[in-house]
Design a protein. Structure first.
Length: 364
């Protein structure tokens, strides 16, 4: 049996960090050996650090309760305890860039949930079923960083998981214009209704910075590796509106799309049904058996009924029909803290593990 990789979680006390721990507690590839947080949490047991602040709908794994939270700023000390890190922190962009690069230069692979490095040309931003080939840019990144093993890989924004998986198998029909409105859960802001009372019975038609990410990140996912960087695609043109809604978990997207070569409805449904990626072919532990599931019922997908499909790692789509202005319209749904955040990060790590990027150096 292959040795487990020792993993640390930076930002372990936050909502995404908590979700990472629930997913990693009994993972076949990874063993969590260090929990890192801010100076406020450092020195406390994990149970003390999250007392009254546990936000996940499953209990805190008992195995982490008595672990001492370490200061994330102690890169040198933390690097002695782990072989890789997952990172989900609430800091300024320049601080995140510096922190993630410091851990990578300490020869640790960094799997990031943060947005800071998503536009860095030699940092792969990956949805494992869609663009695993982008991971090869890691070799170029290591040259820049001067590392042998350390690197940074990031997952994209949670919002795009509700439409990019559906559009990807349709790229063969050359979509030219896409209009998306997203309806995003409050956990995407790391909050619960107890903390954000103004969201009860309310919507807020602004999520700062979200629309730019939702329009640009799909093009990077669909981009090509050219030399030492990822060059984003130029089509389709995408415009979005992102709205916060009073839902705990689950991002919904209403999507309108125009094609250069319009497919039939049957061709679209077949493309979704047959869409498989490397995680499915490799049988990765977190991979959904079916990546995109079409819901035949006219009132689906629904957040409460469908967000947890395949453990929250699958995505659902429904209401596919022709449109009077565009060619087609449909509604997509994904679980924003599983597929869209920690689960997506764990799936990237599983793929990196299988492809050899996390291999430990030979001793002696």
């Amino acid at each position: 049996m292959q040795q487990k990789i020792r993993a640390g979680v930076i930002g372990a006390t936050g909502m995404v960090g908590q979700r990472f721990l629930t997913l990693l507690a009994e993972h076949p590839y990874f063993e969590v050996t260090a929990l890192m947080g801010s100076g406020r949490s450092a020195g406390k047991t994990y149970a003390e650090a999250v007392q009254g602040r546990w936000k996940i709908n499953v209990p805190m794994p008992v195995k982490f309760a008595d672990m001492i939270v370490r200061d994330a700023a102690d890169v040198e000390g933390n690097a002695k305890l782990v072989d890789m890190v997952f990172c989900a922190v609430n800091m300024k962009k320049d601080e995140i860039l510096a922190l993630e690069e410091a851990y990578a230069k300490a020869e640790l692979p960094v799997i990031s949930n943060n947005s800071a490095n998503r536009s860095t040309p030699d940092v792969p931003m990956v949805i494992p079923e869609i663009n695993p080939e982008h991971l090869s840019v890691i070799l170029e990144q290591k040259k820049r960083l001067g590392t042998k093993r350390g690197f940074i890989a990031v997952k994209p924004n949670c919002s795009i998981q509700s439409y990019v998986p559906m559009l990807t198998p349709l790229l063969q029909y050359e979509p030219t214009e896409v209009v998306v409105s997203t309806y995003q859960a409050i956990s995407g802001a790391g909050k619960t209704f107890n903390e954000w009372g103004e969201m009860i019975g309310n919507i807020i038609p602004l999520i700062p910075g979200e629309e730019e990410k939702s329009e640009k990140e799909p093009l990077r996912i669909w981009g090509k590796l050219e030399g030492d960087k990822i060059v984003p695609a130029t089509l389709p043109k995408i415009t979005t509106q992102c709205i916060r809604v009073p839902v705990v978990d689950g991002h919904t997207a209403a999507v309108f799309v125009k094609f250069k070569n319009k497919p039939s409805k049957e061709q679209i449904l077949a493309a979704w049904r047959d869409f498989k990626g490397m995680p499915q072919l490799l049988g990765l532990p977190s991979a959904p058996a079916q990546f995109v599931t079409y819901m035949e019922e006219p009132d689906r997908p629904q957040v409460l009924l469908d967000r947890d499909i395949y453990g929250g790692m699958g995505v659902t789509v429904g209401r596919l029909r022709e449109d009077s202005i565009f060619d087609y319209k449909f509604v997509g749904l994904s679980h924003n803290t599983l597929r869209g955040a920690a689960g997506g990060g764990v799936l990237i790590a599983e793929l990196l593990y299988k492809l050899g990027y996390l291999d430990l150096p030979e001793e002696g």
